[in-house]
Ligand binder design. Sequence first.
Ligand SMILES: Cc1ncc(COP(=O)(O)O)c(C=O)c1O
Length: 369
Amino acid sequence: MEAALRQTRAEVLLDAIAHNLRIVRAAANGRKVLAVVKADAYGHGIVPVAKRLQAEGVDGFGVALAEEGLELREAGIDRTILVLNGINGGAHRDIIAAGLTPVLYDPSEAGAFEAVAVGRPIDVHLKVDTGMGRLGVPLAELTDFLRDLRRFPSIRIAGLMTHLSTADADPVYVAEQLAGFKRAEGLVRRFGHEPSVLHAANSAAVFRHPETHFDWVRPGISLYGYPGSDSIDAPLRPAMRWRTEVLRVRTLQPGESAGYGRSFRATREMRLATIPLGYGDGLLRSASNRGHVLIRGVRCPIVGNIAMDLTTIDVSSVPEVAVGDETLLLGEQGGAVLDARDLAAAAGTIPYEVLTNVSRRVPRVYVNR
Ligand SMILES: Cc1ncc(COP(=O)(O)O)c(C=O)c1O
């Protein structure tokens, strides 16, 4: 298909991403920036986003999966790529051949990399769990882990990392995690390793916790326009403009309902616009009867249950609304703005989920704006 036939698309504003990188860099005070582009660059499209970030001089990339890293290499990305999830299936040889940097926290993964090392050292970043309780070597097991690692002489700990669980909310816990991270560093060095980079900071920590910046910072959500916490005020620009067009306009009489389950009924004569977009496009159904869209620069409420392909909007306050009018789920229109925080609040979730949920059916269109 040559051109997208749908009126629905997500415009990805590459200049906004470049701007956000500059803001992050300034906040990180000269630290290297490893841009987190997992999950298709939080829904924005991993390859075009990474290419622009590389052109802007970003220092490296973080992905969750080996597949994501290999896709970046195939697309010509030549910076450091760190595979954050650390479980690599059978791809150890491919990972090394492609020059990806694995994150390590599991001795069996160390063995699998050792097996493909063919005499060359393999640089890994060791992840320690200082309180996220998810991945990483727990501090209490680090000594045993390091002892065990002696069986794999090709494995070189080039970096040491941890992940903060409350950088957006609880500075006391951040301090506890940091203290643990420093203990881990001491132990790793006592075992003779010389990690040249340490890193811990996600977006919220970039803005709020300079003491966590170390050598690299690992921002994700801030590059896409959100600081990682509603209480952080940073001049970031949301990078996704999600638009469709009004498909149909109709009048509802008092007592008539809209959508499955009749969750919305008109109490007076109303004008409803139907838009050709629903949860099949990633509009979270939990925003039914709660979220808003922008039409003609006015915030108009979503009414009735969001369906797979269609959603109904109360446009009674904008009588001139007509078929074909641009409708924004995210973005700026006529001076009004809706961003992923608005949709997240309506749907009872976080901007991360709003963005990564925008489905494959929504074409991404890249613009230099
Ligand atoms: C290990 C790791 N580092 C950094 C990030 C980036 O976090 P944020 O998007 O909050 O900046 C993530 C994302 O969840 C992550 O898993």
